[in-house]
Design a protein. Structure first.
Length: 323
């Protein structure tokens, strides 16, 4: 299992993830590997390393920390950490990448992963692409990418969805993904992401690639390795086995009660509690109780699949969109 941890708050999220893994999947037989970006390279001019307290917490929960010297993304595109970090993994061994703002809620090692058929999170919205009127379509934009990398697109389509509906095309959230060989997967992911970033091509000329670059290239890489949409047996990811909470206001607004209970229990652990000091969202929503007392009731009647944009807007209006 691979995650990324660096200063600025991602390190404390990583420590919370590690604590949740040890609490809720005590029989997990894999390794939790933490990629820590280093000064220099693509992070030149800044020090992205994690705090000593977060490092100590991760080590206390059994994580193995490996230094990541970014070459291609770094400060210019921090989401690229997950792409470059795959090179730190051992060749020939299956991997699961998780965003650090994720909670482990159950026995993740018991899920029926088929690592020969890579997949990724389907908990996403139609965020990319945004076809310009009268110029490009979902079909033409995605096909330009498949053609560019020598891939057939037809086998990736969900034919139950109508033409020009975004869900017809293979599109993932990059909050989790897995495959059979981390370095091999990472090489292709990195090479293709750099190629698209440096030369988007005519079809992508009007499309934003920041922050979407990883989610643009991920389905191409997964399809190229014979993967696709996750099998039904993996429904516990983004469900009762893991929860990608993204940030604390969103967790209280739409996360399952189980995830909130677990986060609050972890926040009280002696290894974690010191990391929350100075974290405005944690101090107000967890310690002062505003998450349960204020945010939770605000969204009690919201539809379960309401667009995130509306949730964010309401939280901001209430001055509860906190980092």
């Amino acid at each position: 299992m691979l995650i990324v941890a660096q200063g600025g708050g991602i390190d404390r999220q990583a420590a919370i993830l590690a604590a949740s893994l040890r609490r809720n999947a005590p029989g997990f037989r894999g390794r939790l590997i933490v990629a820590e970006p280093q000064p220099g390279g693509a992070w030149s001019g800044s020090d992205p390393r994690m705090s000593p307290r977060a490092r100590a917490a991760l080590e206390a929960f059994g994580a193995e920390i490996r230094p990541l010297v970014a070459r291609d993304f770094g400060r210019s595109y921090p989401h690229g950490n997950k792409i470059e970090a795959l090179a730190l993994l051992d060749p020939g061994r299956p991997f699961l990448f998780l965003d650090s703002d994720t909670l482990i809620l159950g026995k993740i090692g018991a899920l029926p992963f088929d690592f020969t058929r890579p997949s990724a999170s389907m908990r996403r919205e139609g965020s990319w692409p945004q076809p310009p009127a009268y110029r490009q379509t979902y079909e033409s934009i995605w096909r330009s990418l498949y053609d560019r990398f020598g891939l057939e697109m037809e086998g990736s389509l969900d034919l139950s969805q109508p033409d020009e509906h975004w869900e017809r095309f293979l599109y993932f959230n990059a909050g989790w993904f897995f495959g059979a060989d981390g370095p091999e997967f990472g090489r292709r992911f990195r090479d293709w992401a750099v190629a698209v970033r440096d030369d988007p091509g005519e079809a992508l000329a009007c499309q934003s690639l920041d922050p979407w670059l990883d989610q643009v290239v991920l389905p191409l890489v997964i399809h190229s390795f014979g993967g696709g949409r996750p099998a039904s047996g993996l429904a516990g990811l983004d469900g009762d086995v893991t929860w990608h909470y993204r940030n604390l206001p969103l967790l209280y607004a739409r996360g399952p009660r189980r995830a909130i209970d677990e986060l609050e229990a972890i926040a009280a652990l002696p290894e974690i509690a010191p990391l929350l000091s100075g974290w405005t969202a944690a101090e107000r929503l967890i310690r002062a109780g505003q998450g349960r007392a204020t945010i939770r009731p605000m969204f009690a009647d919201y539809p379960p699949h309401a667009p995130e944009r509306g949730i964010r807007k309401r939280l901001k209006q209430a001055e509860l969109w906190l980092d």
